[in-house]
Design a protein around this ligand. Structure first.
Ligand code: FES
Length: 110
């Protein structure tokens, strides 16, 4: 049976808890979420590469892209699309909102 999901704003952390041009991993509603803080914006992505399911944590950031540390596939953190020969499967991305310096992520919860 498919259940309806509702999108809720999940508070994650103060913006200052994420290093500039860096990432931090969170577990939210059972999902491993990587929050990236870059000059191009703050992004929340699935912390799992769509190629061989390795963690994206530790991947190099460039603009709104992250490079998988395992084999180098590049993902656009705005829409999750993959660039490279190894996979075309996108990763999940979540909407980010910053309210009073706190990061919120819009997640579907059952
Ligand atoms: S596991 Fe990410 S590119 Fe292979």
């Amino acid at each position: 049976m498919i259940k309806d999901t509702e999108t809720v704003k999940v508070p994650v952390a103060p913006l200052s808890d994420i290093p500039e041009n860096g990432t931090r991993k969170f577990v939210l509603h059972g999902k491993s979420v990587l929050v990236a803080r870059t000059p191009a914006g703050v992004f929340a992505i699935e912390n799992r590469c769509s190629h061989a399911l390795q963690a994206l944590e530790g991947g190099k950031l460039r603009g709104f892209h992250i490079f998988c540390p395992a084999h180098g596939v590049r993902f656009d953190m705005r829409d999750g699309s993959a660039m490279g020969r190894l996979t075309k499967l996108p990763i999940i991305v979540w909407d980010v909102e910053i309210i009073d310096d706190v990061i919120y992520i819009g997640m579907g919860v059952e």
